[in-house]
Design a protein around this ligand. Structure first.
Ligand code: BG6
Length: 482
């Protein structure tokens, strides 16, 4: 076992949904590919009473459900299950942590903790860990969102964690940063000379970031209704996408350099004006040809919570002055799609004359999911003898990452993030100052919502959100990339 590896991984919330769907399958993938030390023990903990055998059976059924059939090698599965242990714990009972520490045994060579529990339990959990001697310098702690629901509550959580751990030990998770295509944004921007000289207000008209989903509440009624689209997706994932798209080039590919640039960018976000945002809530409609009910029926009670948000954001620095960043996210929209679209400016002068039509401005489409591609839309001449003059048409310069890297297995975000946590690599985790800059911007939006009398606008499920969201771009003479 490498000296830098931890001797154990401790999973809080081990019986939860994230654990079943993502964490346990990801840990299995790391085991399957011999990426974690053979003697790394994985200890699960949660409130449910069960023993090691019970947790192994729980894990077995999660893997049965969430692993593709061709990855269920019985010998591999059996050796993975052998790593697993379980200790029931009520995190609000500080005395229970002694039994947890006893179960973990010697952690002096390192312990990675993954906290995927209700934020209300964070403080008690940190206290318990400290009480039981599980907050020593060899411990790294990964924190799953939500980390608070505004700046003040996130600061309280961060203070509680900081009482036990230094920033170097804290790994705040934003699973979007674990996605291959999101990391690829940096490769595209900084591994090529082509884009960077144009990546500014002189050449870019505007940028659109869309994260649309077809799913609705998915059994998370209480959480979602307390949270809403702005805090569930924009505060974290979308602002990280914005930061990676717009930040200055870092000096190095390392945790400090990259996070320094992101935080500078996040702090340069201009407070949003009331007329620059739209919030919506889905009504009944049809998604992918299937009729679905509206949010209020799904929830079964009245609510003003937004399931859609569109924002016209601005970055107040030299590079981006005058370039709007239109952000849009919603549940129950027309399709599942995450993409960044960079709209360049028009050519300054059309040499082709009227016959060609006005050359359309170039667009760079970075599709993050479900497909993975980078597409540059350029103008080309229609083949022909041009008796009536040259005719231009838009064509795609296409880079399909799926095809270009057909042999490389796509890893889910948590595989990457768990391995980085175990090995102590912080680049893809969010630093405290970033989270606080994100909340500062989001809180200001929520203050406007709280004081204004603009209603949440209804939109039919299966569309692209309320009409007002379309107007947000149209009144600037632009349109969403639908
Ligand atoms: C989570 C949100 O953080 O991200 C969910 O809480 C959302 O509401 C999910 O569905 C989307 O993640 P992905 O990876 O499917 O785009």
């Amino acid at each position: 076992m490498a000296a830098t590896n931890c001797s154990a991984l401790l999973l809080f919330g081990a019986t939860g949904d994230l654990s079943r769907r993502m964490l346990l399958p990801s840990l299995f993938a790391l085991h399957e590919d011999d990426l974690i030390a053979p003697d790394l023990r994985i200890v699960g903990t949660a409130r449910s009473e069960m023993d090691d055998a019970g947790f192994r059976a729980f894990t077995q059924s999660a893997l049965d459900e969430f692993l593709p059939a061709d990855r269920k090698d019985p010998a591999r599965l059996a050796s993975f299950l052998e790593r697993l242990q379980y200790q029931p714990l009520d995190a609000s009972d500080i005395d229970g942590f002694a039994a947890l520490a006893a179960k973990l045994g010697d952690t002096s060579c390192g312990l990675a903790i993954f906290l995927s529990t209700a934020p209300a339990l964070f403080e008690a959990t940190i206290k318990g860990l400290r009480h039981a001697g599980l907050a020593h310098p060899g411990v790294r702690i990964g924190l799953e969102k939500p980390l608070g629901n505004n700046l003040a509550s996130s600061a309280r959580i961060n203070d509680a964690v900081a009482a036990g751990f230094s920033e170097k030990q804290i790994f705040r998770i934003d699973h979007y940063l674990g996605k291959e295509t999101v990391q690829n944004l940096m490769a595209l921007r900084f591994g090529n000379v082509l884009f960077e000289p144009l990546w500014n207000a002189a050449h870019i008209d505007h940028v659109q970031i869309t994260v649309s989903e077809t799913v609705g509440l998915e059994g998370r009624k209480g959480f979602y209704d307390d949270t809403g689209a702005l805090r569930d997706m924009v505060q974290n994932h979308m602002l990280q996408l914005l930061a990676m798209t717009a930040m200055e080039p870092p000096g190095h590919y390392d945790a400090t350099s990259i996070r320094d640039e992101k935080v500078k960018l996040l702090r340069a976000l201009r407070p949003v004006k009331p007329e620059e945002m739209v919030r919506g809530q889905y009504r009944a409609g049809a998604v992918n040809g299937k009729t679905v009910t509206g949010y209020l029926d799904d929830l079964d009670q009245p609510s003003e919570t937004e399931t859609f948000v569109a924002i016209k954001a601005h970055v107040d620095n030299w590079r981006w002055q005058g370039v709007p960043f239109y952000l849009r996210h919603g549940k129950r929209l027309a399709e599942r799609r995450s993409e960044i679209v960079v709209h360049f400016k028009d050519v300054p002068h059309n040499i082709f004359g009227k016959s060609a039509g006005r050359p359309r401005a170039n667009q760079l489409v970075i599709r993050l999911q479900p497909e993975e591609y980078v597409r540059l839309q350029v103008m080309a001449k229609e083949p022909g003898l041009d008796r009536g003059g040259v005719v231009l048409r838009e064509v795609n310069l296409d880079l399909s990452l799926t095809t270009a890297f057909a042999k490389a297995r796509r890893r889910i975000a948590y595989e990457r993030l768990l391995l980085d946590l175990i090995e102590g690599e912080q680049t893809l985790f969010v630093r405290r100052d970033e989270v606080e800059a994100q909340w500062t911007w989001i809180d200001a939006i929520r203050e406007i919502w709280a004081s204004g009398d603009e209603d949440v606008k209804g939109y039919a499920a299966g569309g692209w959100g309320p009409n007002a969201a379309i107007a947000l771009t149209e009144r600037d003479g632009r349109s969403w990339n639908d």
